[in-house]
Design a protein around this ligand. Structure first.
Ligand code: UDP
Length: 369
């Protein structure tokens, strides 16, 4: 059984590390790792390989930075000869990024079966490129590994045959469970002189929030007002930094009182910061899940979430308007009343990758025609 796993971005890497650990523990499975290079910045890619114990990719496609269309074309053109040479039984794609859909399309053209990890999530917001990637990848996939009940419901509603759907749990939580002891030993919170539960951790990078001046001004305003209650710790995504510089707002941010501006953090550092935050303000997908598992209150500064289990079974609340007053009220409320008692969505137990491995071991190796 040969599996070819494609990664391209920061959030892919944690999930891939859990999958590779499970696959490589099984002699009957051979794995090939392909990195498209969609995230090329060392702060979003290189350091994660070391921290997560990922082996160097077997193939680095080194696509250049560019628009979604340019990266799609490049990934597809560069991946095709790799798939033709390797002839894997399955191409495994993860999540909802450009690399996910591009790889699924090439595999589908070549009649190689596609496995989609983290299938079925839907924000129903078609202005998000991730939503298009999710829907189209699921359409092309031969097996769909789902993290939460909403994923099953969405896929069935879209007419995906039930036999293709596998409810396995969440490989991001597998990575968290594996890395948490190491992250705690690293104690980034202490090293930065922060007091546990006395700071807010903030991450913002979605185009809707950081690609316009108005959006970035709102982000600054939220940081400024939150900093009156709690120290704000803000690891700055390269996209957000670029936007701030472009609109002449970067200096304003550096001058805000009680705001600790950081470089994008390594996964272990970030995990430690997450675990001990009083509250997390984010527009990230993965962070909503990690805070739910860690039982840390999370305010998601978006109008929708594709991960509703983080609300029904977790600590997440959607804040549709970027209104600092509403956010301050929420933070005050959270600090008085605990959002939820420990509650974890079903199968978020650190063993999702083992279940995925079990599926491949039981699947036959005949390719689809
Ligand atoms: N993360 C990290 N360092 C940071 C910020 C985030 O390691 O400075 C991790 C975080 O723990 C999560 C992942 O990056 O696992 C989320 O990535 P991102 O928000 O870029 O993508 P999304 O989940 O929104 O697709």
């Amino acid at each position: 059984m040969k599996l070819l796993l494609v990664v391209g971005t920061r959030p892919n890497l944690m999930k891939a590390s859990a999958l590779l650990r499970a696959f490589r523990a099984e002699p009957a499975i051979g794995t090939v790792l392909v990195h498209t290079g969609q995230h090329y910045d060392d702060s979003l890619s290189g350091q994660f390989f070391t921290q997560l114990g990922l082996s160097a990719p077997d193939y680095a496609l080194n696509v250049s930075p560019g628009s979604i269309t340019q990266q799609t074309v490049s990934i597809m053109a560069r991946l095709e000869p790799v798939l033709l040479a390797e002839q894997p039984d399955w191409v495994v794609v993860i999540g909802d990024v450009t690399s996910t859909l591009s790889a699924a399309r090439v595999a589908n053209q070549l009649r190689i079966r596609v496995a989609h990890v983290e299938a079925g999530l839907r924000s129903f917001d078609h202005t998000m490129p991730e939503e298009t990637n999710r829907v189209l990848t699921d359409e092309l996939a031969d097996v769909l590994f789902v993290t939460e009940q909403s994923g099953i419901d969405n896929l069935l509603h879209e007419g995906i045959p039930p036999e293709k759907i596998q409810f396995v749990g969440n490989v991001l939580i597998d990575a968290l469970v594996h890395c948490r002891p190491k992250a705690n030993r690293l104690n980034t919170v202490g090293a930065l002189g922060l007091i546990p539960k006395q700071y807010a951790l903030m991450t913002m990078h979605r185009p809707a929030n950081v690609d316009t001046k108005v959006g970035l001004q709102a982000v600054l305003h939220i940081a400024e007002t939150t900093a009156r209650q709690l120290t704000v710790v803000l690891p700055l995504h390269p996209r957000t930094r670029a936007g701030l510089v472009r609109f002449g707002l970067f200096d304003t941010l550096t001058q805000l009182k009680n705001v600790r501006l950081l470089e994008p953090q390594g996964y272990l550092e970030f995990l430690n910061l997450l675990e001990h935050a009083a509250v997390v303000l984010t527009d990230s997908g993965g962070v909503q899940e990690e805070t739910t598992f860690l039982n840390v209150p999370c305010l998601t500064l978006r109008t929708t979430t594709e991960r509703p289990a983080t609300i029904t079974h977790g600590t997440n609340q959607l804040i549709p308007s970027l209104d600092p007053v509403i956010i301050q009220e929420k933070i005050t409320e959270i600090r008085v009343v605990r959002v939820r008692p420990d509650a974890t969505p079903p199968l978020w137990d650190g063993r999702a990758a083992e279940r995925i491995r079990g599926f491949f071991l039981n699947s036959d190796t005949t390719k689809t025609e």
